[in-house]
Ligand binder design. Structure first.
Ligand code: HEM
Length: 461
């Protein structure tokens, strides 16, 4: 007879056990100051609208896809990024497009969108492929059995890809500055007691701004240097994308973009686009290491389709299972695990619930993607959920790794291209094994990550 450990049931991917009911206020704060996920109680995973009294007199968590549509699409103008969302998303990053709530957001968004639309993405495939091959060469020279921290490895890879796209060069200084910023994200809680004491909160915001500015000076000087070099040595044929930003004019005044504006675009693209992709890949590799059946299926697909050569853009449509694996990893571990925290400008009604002016609404992919009424056996890792025959019967807004509505991620297609190509390349050559006995614990900070890291051993296939 088999022991419990030997049964064929695949392990449940790491997740905190939800408390049976809403935690008392101070216990809630203590738990959430380490990880937001720790404050989500059982009922939140099966109710459509949940009032969270700890977060204000009128704070609602919305899980109902129809309600999400009302807040983020149909009546999106009524729901703005409030102070709290700006506080949690900013962490001192001034002027990032992700953060700003005023009209300049629209101008900035439309300036950046063409860089990541469907016409631009195929040009990036060779850059992704080269960066991956370079990474694999370093893996080939690792002593057998040596582990690597996979999130940090993916962070380096994705920052190299973005630097190459923007500047046609890797600029090590930028990658280093990004590591410092990621470290800061990691150490900041999303909610803690100070958020509820207005005077202290205001003081802390000032302090954070100052601290953030200092940290960003480092990043800014690396970026300014890269822009200056680029302005002097611009070559149309290398296709560096920062050139199209350098030649943009302000649509209102017609004057060229200021160096500060240009820098803030570049910072937005780096901060929004590299850690998210890196964490998505790290969680995907962790999940595969725990699910040999799905891992073998992935290997079969990449071996058959690619027959040993590196993937290029045209291969992507022939790698549906690779894509499904990533989609399922983004369901279980959405990098933006807490999508929206919006403030109502006027009274509204959402799915029969009256929403008074000033109320706050949150939409939390971590909960939505594990909601018991939206997903069968939600804790299970099952890429087949994203087979078109299965996803067709699911409400579209049950799955929001990239958000929805006017603020939807502008890098979603690029992110899927990048993750699919990187995963296919790694899977061709390696299977990654989690270091035995290592504790995996997802931690909800600004971006979802593994609290104790993900040390993994690349085993040549
Ligand atoms: C797996 C990777 C990614 C995930 C999960 C992700 C997720 C998201 C989400 C959920 C939002 C909406 C935030 C909100 O509603 O406030 C967002 C916004 C944004 N994303 Fe992504 N993203 C990813 C990759 C990228 C990449 C690669 C880029 C660009 C290189 C990018 C650029 C942006 C920008 C500029 C915004 C702000 C849009 C706005 O506020 O109008 N993202 N992302």
């Amino acid at each position: 007879m088999k022991s419990i450990e030997e049964t064929e049931t695949p392990p449940i991917p790491a997740a905190p056990i939800p408390p049976p009911e809403q935690l008392p206020f101070f216990q809630y704060l203590r738990a959430t100051s380490d990880s937001t996920l720790a404050g989500y109680h059982y009922g939140m995973y099966e109710d459509w609208i949940v009032k969270i009294p700890h977060l204000g007199p009128n704070h609602f968590l919305i899980n109902d896809p129809a309600g999400i549509k009302r807040v983020l699409i149909d009546n999106a103008k009524n729901y703005v990024k409030g102070e709290m969302e700006q506080r949690v998303s900013a962490m001192g990053i001034e002027d990032s497009v992700v953060e700003i709530a005023d009209e300049s957001w629209r101008t900035r968004r439309s300036a950046m969108t063409p860089l990541f639309d469907y016409r631009s993405i195929p040009q990036y495939a060779p850059i992704i492929s080269d960066a991956c091959q370079r990474m694999l060469r370093t893996w080939h020279s690792l002593p057998r059995g040596e582990s690597i921290e996979i999130s940090a490895t993916m962070l380096r890879l994705t920052s190299q890809v973005i630097a190459q796209i923007l500047f046609a060069s890797e600029y090590e200084g930028i990658a280093e500055a990004m590591q410092t910023i990621s470290h800061r994200y990691r150490s900041e809680p999303m909610i803690d007691l100070v958020d509820f004491i207005p005077v202290l909160n205001r003081l802390r915001r000032l302090y954070r701004r100052r601290q953030g500015r200092r940290m960003f000076n480092h990043m800014a000087s690396a970026i300014d240097q890269a822009i200056a070099v680029r302005s002097r040595t611009r070559k149309a044929e290398d296709g560096a994308k920062v050139d199209s930003l350098l030649t943009l004019n302000d649509p209102k005044t017609g004057s060229p973009m200021t160096p500060e504006e240009l820098r803030s675009y570049v910072i937005t693209i780096f901060t929004a686009g590299h850690e998210t992709v890196a964490q998505a890949l790290a969680w995907t590799l962790y999940l595969l290491s725990q699910h040999p059946e799905q891992e073998s299926k992935l290997h079969r697909e990449v071996d058959t389709v690619l027959a040993g050569r590196a993937p290029d853009f045209t291969d992507l449509e022939r790698l549906p299972y690779t894509r499904m694996v990533i989609e399922e990893a983004l369901r279980l571990y959405p990098p933006f695990h807490m999508l929206a925290w919006r403030e109502a400008l006027a009274d509204d009604e959402v799915c029969g619930q009256s929403i008074p002016k000033g109320a706050t609404i949150s939409v939390v992919p971590w909960i939505l993607h594990r909601h018991r009424k939206l997903w069968d056996d939600p804790e299970r890792f099952d890429p087949e959920r994203f087979h078109p025959s299965q996803s067709a019967s699911r409400p579209r807004l049950a799955y929001l790794p990239f958000g929805v509505g006017p603020r939807v991620c502008i890098g979603a297609s690029f992110a899927m291209t990048q993750t699919t190509m990187i995963l296919a390349t790694i899977a061709q050559h390696y299977r990654l094994r989690l270091v035995p006995g290592h504790k995996v614990e997802p931690q909800g900070r600004l971006i979802l990550r593994a609290k104790y890291g993900l040390p993994m051993i690349p085993e040549p296939r």
